[in-house]
Design a binder for this molecule. Structure first.
Ligand code: C2E
Ligand code: MG
Ligand code: MG
Length: 564
């Protein structure tokens, strides 16, 4: 799959905008023109002509509903009926609430509300729709999921909408169920056993729903959605799931998490209701004592906060609210530690909320795809800074940047970085790429290929947060990595707890024998530093030496070192 959405001049996809109103066409075209070649049509029949002509090259259709000659509904009907046309994704542009159900049943993939809101969000949605249709799509016209027999996602959403319409007074809950670390089940017991687990959960859900109004689907691999009559207590369902899972095998420890948005507000869009349930569910991450979380007022306030953040991102970028801080990495192999590199870390200086750390906003940006915009911004700033440092003779060390998992799906990534480096008089040897360990665990071919491509271009790859996920030591030998960055949690207790010390030692020895250098991050005190040095750690990053600091302060550190 090729994804190259942003760079004019390189491969761009074709998008068709169909709207009878000039202003609406222009507005949307303006938003999308950097990422797509835009075609325009003023009504359904003109659109149909264009679609027939360019069906094979058209990536997405943005379709208004109310138009003279042939309406959007009519066009959807036609598209749905034609084999060659029915798989082109259509995003419906609408101001009406209830158009959605009808359009979904006619095969629309998504909706954009009029009047148009934040362009970044619209762009991200279009991008997501295109991505889904290009290979990661699991929805095609099937009504049921083959494996579990539950509804497929598209049909589920359609029927959930109908449920609202037919039972207008019914109080309903939106719920999401997710298996924690499901990939581990697949890895340890094999895929077909994994399938059995998924089926067992579906069977439990079915049984549970048999005596209440409600429906369910399997939304992605190990995630289930339910839309049902409100209830206060879901223990019955969780018990049923546990019973079915233990019937498969007694010693299995599978942790199912559940998030519920109770008594949903009916004026909220359906997928937003499930985002709320998901939000609640995510609060359970890493918490093995609790199985279920309900979306409540405080969460609502937090998600309003997040919504603000999402809406602000573009403006914030223009206004320079995102700042790159640099945290030095020290080579500690010799007598005197010296700065050998640095990590670029993003900070958001928000006019209203003050300094926001990445852990607050990265996850939501990852979920809605905005992270790739932010990452590109960070890389660009960092590379430009690095170029300046080089030209002004301030330093010639390489700097590392963080790369998110979804960045790796962008085939243009190596070229994007190489071009930027070249423009600034640098090469791939000047930039290290940190990819977090959790990104590696899915053992995804495309992912490994992407990393190999980057390596071929000369980039060094650091595996970030090593040991935080569930990948085994084995990945050092099987995955393309140049450097291991030990997760901070190991370092935290090495000077107090013998077990962590042993683990760190073991990793260090193994990496050493494979010739893979180890970076230890989160080093805060001398005792940790001494131990790491003793066990042959090459590079250290942490508050013991310096926090992440603004570039001016980082330059001070470099200067001070030179003067010593
Ligand atoms: P990371 O890549 O593992 O970065 C290290 C984090 O540990 C940084 O937090 C750093 O400030 C912090 N740290 C370093 N030394 C110490 C120490 O001695 N003690 C303690 N307590 N903390 C220390 P930060 O900057 O909040 O970043 C958190 C995570 O956010 C990063 O983890 C990285 O995964 C992500 N991140 C930061 N900037 C970006 C970015 O531009 N793009 C992407 N995709 N992710 C980013
Ligand atoms: Mg990092
Ligand atoms: Mg890290």
């Amino acid at each position: 799959m090729q994804i190259d959405f942003k760079d004019a001049g390189r491969l761009r996809r074709f998008a068709l905008i169909v709207d009878d109103e000039f202003v609406n066409r222009e507005l949307l075209g303006e938003m999308l023109k950097d990422e797509y070649h835009i075609l325009y049509a003023v009504n359904g029949s003109e659109a149909l002509e264009i679609i027939r002509e360019s069906a094979s090259t058209l990536s997405v259709i943005l379709l208004d509903l109310m138009m003279p000659e042939m309406t959007g509904y009519e066009l959807l009907e036609v598209l749905k009926a034609e084999e060659d046309l029915k798989n082109i994704p259509v995003i419906v542009l609408t101001a009406e609430q209830d158009a959605e159900v009808r359009c979904l049943s006619l095969g629309a993939s998504d909706f954009v509300k009029k009047p148009y809101g934040n362009p970044e969000i619209i762009k991200a949605r279009v991008r997501k729709t295109v991505e889904l249709s290009e290979g990661r799509s699991f929805i095609r016209s099937a009504e049921k999921d083959e494996l579990t027999g539950l509804y497929s996602r598209a049909f589920f959403f359609e029927y959930a909408g109908m449920m609202d319409r037919y039972y207008t007074d019914l109080k309903t809950d939106a719920a999401i169920l997710n298996v924690e670390h499901f990939h581990m089940v697949n890895e340890m017991y094999g895929r077909s056993f994994g399938d059995e687990v998924l089926k067992a959960i579906a069977a439990a859900i079915n049984e549970f729903l048999s005596d209440t109004e409600g429906l369910a689907c399997r939304s992605e691999g190990d995630t289930y959605l339910m839309y049902l009559r409100h209830r206060d207590d879901y223990n019955g369902l969780l018990n049923l799931i546990n019973k079915k899972i233990s019937a498969l095998s007694k010693n299995l420890h599978i942790h199912v998490r559940m998030g519920v948005y109770p008594k949903v507000m009916h004026d909220m869009e359906m997928d937003r209701r499930f985002s709320c349930a998901k939000y609640a569910c995510n609060t359970l991450r890493g918490n093995y004592m609790r199985y279920i979380a309900f979306y409540d007022m405080t969460m609502r306030e937090r998600s309003v906060f997040f919504e603000h953040l999402i809406n602000d991102i573009h403006e914030s970028m223009d206004q320079g609210q995102f700042r790159i801080y640099y945290q030095p990495k020290y080579d500690i192999r010799g007598e005197e530690p010296f700065i050998t590199s640095a990590e670029a870390l993003v900070r958001w200086e928000h006019p209203e909320y003050g300094m926001i750390r990445p852990e607050t906003f990265l996850q939501i940006f990852e979920e809605n795809g905005l992270i790739s915009i932010l990452d590109r911004f960070v890389w660009k700033e960092t590379i430009e800074r690095l170029g300046r440092w080089r030209r002004e003779g301030i330093t010639d060390i390489p700097v590392s940047v963080n790369v998110s998992r979804i960045d790796l799906y962008d085939e243009a990534l190596p070229d994007y970085l190489l071009d930027l480096l070249e423009e600034n008089g640098l090469t791939s040897a000047d930039l290290l790429l940190e990819i977090t360990e959790s990104a590696y665990t899915d053992d995804n071919k495309q992912f490994v290929e992407a990393i190999e491509n980057l390596k071929e271009e000369g980039f060094l790859i650091e595996m970030d947060d090593f040991g935080s996920g569930y990948s085994s030591l084995n990945v050092i030998t099987t995955m393309p990595i140049d450097v291991i960055k030990l997760d901070m949690r190991f370092i935290e207790r090495i000077h107090e707890d013998n077990k962590s010390l042993m683990v760190v030692r073991l990793i260090m020895e193994m990496a050493g024998s494979l010739g893979v250098p180890v970076v230890a991050e989160g080093v805060e005190v001398a005792a940790q530093f001494d131990l790491l040095k003793k066990f042959g750690c090459s590079i250290v990053q942490g508050h013991y030496f310096s926090k992440a600091v603004p570039p001016e302060e980082f330059e001070e550190l470099l200067r001070a070192e030179k003067e010593e």
